[in-house]
Structure formats: structure tokens, C-alpha cells
Design a protein around this ligand. Sequence first.
Ligand code: NDP
Length: 238
Amino acid sequence: MNDRTALVTGANKGIGKEIARQLVAEGLTVHVGSRDAERGRRAVREIGGGARLLVLDVTDADSVAAAAAQVERLDVLVNNAGIMVDGRTAPEADLDGFRRTYETNLFGVLAVTNAFLPALRRSAAPRIVNVSSGTGSLTWSADPDHQFAVSAGAGAAYRSSKTALNALTLFYAQTLAPEGFKVNALAPGLRSTDLNARAAASDGDPAEGAAGAVRLALLPDTGPTGGFFSWDGTPAAW
Ligand code: NDP
């Protein structure tokens, strides 16, 4: 199958751009989702080949509807767009930061996924990858000795939005399994990007995290659904 198409949200930079680049290298035509047309055009130029601009703000219902109207069939949806705007823990957090985080990281995924479901249903092998985070793992958050213990930071809004995204992943996976969908969540690992500048010293290349998304995007029919995986393919703890 070399006429496969993908959409990666928030693909104008960071991990999303790398996911788009790697999917193009695999021979897919990739809609590069970007809320800003110029930033998106720049990414499309840099990726080249089968990259196409799709202007898409995941928090804007009109933008989501307009983007979905442009895509007839979709084989792969990668819900990658995400923000981390408030690094505070729960007692100090403000409601506005929480709401904005959930608008993008959770409600954005719901809106985009539902809008593109008709296009995904036209695929012979539909795949959805939700770019989550190891910090969204309740198991790891609760373990004071773990790298992603609550005390390690990253903020209650961001972390809990990813926990909720993991839950949403299970709902889509189990509901859509009879139709042949594979829906999985990814923990891409700490990566040096604009979202997570603090990782620069200790952590890795966004391309390595992106490879984990590409693996889930290209799963064979025998592959898993309803899973939460680290970037290297090992199961992540819920
Ligand atoms: P970046 O900040 O580099 O990229 C985020 C992307 O999301 C940008 O393209 C940004 O667009 C886009 N975006 C933000 N809001 C919207 C919106 N409303 N509509 C459409 N696009 C939007 O971050 P990363 O590449 O690091 O993050 C990508 C994903 O990986 C996120 O979901 C993040 O939570 C997750 N992740 C990242 C980790 C890391 O260490 N970096 C670790 C674990 C998970 P714009 O340029 O316009 O702002």
C-alpha cells in the first residue's frame, strides 16, 4: 500500500514535524497540521516529498471542520499537538491554565478524532496514535522513586490532561476495534523541543520519540490496540 495518507497535528515543529518527516520517508502522503499557515508552509518545504499543508487549530471548531472537509480518506491520524502552559502543582494552579491545557491536549484530540472519523473509516487499515506522555502515567506518578513521580514537576494541568488522554485512547480503541482500527497512546520520552526546553541537557532527539509514533502508525493488522507504549516499543504503565 503506497497510497496511504496521514495527518499529524501540530506538525510544524518539534516531535510532530519529525513524525511527518518519517512518515513521508515511509512513502505516505502526509497532511502537515499547523495552526499557522506560514509556519506550516515552512515545515512542508523542509520536509519535502509527500508533505502537504493542512491549516488546523485543534481548539477551533471551524478550523477543525474546514480541515476535515479537505480530506477524503485518511489511513493514519497522529494526535500530536500539545501544550504545557502551567508548570505548577495542583494547589497553586489556576483554572484558566488548566482549561487551556485541556482545550488543546484533550478536547482538541476529541474534536479532531471525531471530525476525521469518516475519512478514517474509508481506510482499509485505520490507525490512530495519541501522543501522550510518561508524566500522564498514574502508576509512575504515584511512585516517589520514579523519574515521573509527581514531585518531578511538569505541572498538574499538563500531566492530568495526558492521563485523561490515555483514558480517551481506551474508549476509542475498544469502541472502534470491531471496525479494524488500532488506537494507541505513546510516551515519546523527554525530548529537547520548545515545549520541554529543560530536557535539552539530559534527553534525546525528537526524531527518536517520533519513531515510536511511526511504529504505532504503521502497525500491521495483527498489532495491538488500546495500548500505552514508550517510544522504544516497550509497554508504558497506565
Ligand atoms: P512543541 O512545542 O515543539 O510542538 C507542539 C506543536 O503543537 C507545535 O506545532 C504547536 O504549534 C502545536 N500546537 C499547539 N497548540 C495547537 C493548537 N491549538 N492547534 C494546533 N497545533 C497546536 O512540543 P513537542 O514537539 O515537544 O510536543 C509534541 C507532543 O509531544 C505534545 O503532545 C507533547 O505533550 C508531547 N510530549 C513531548 C515531550 C517532550 O519531552 N518534548 C515528552 C512527552 C510528550 P505552534 O508552533 O503554532 O505553537
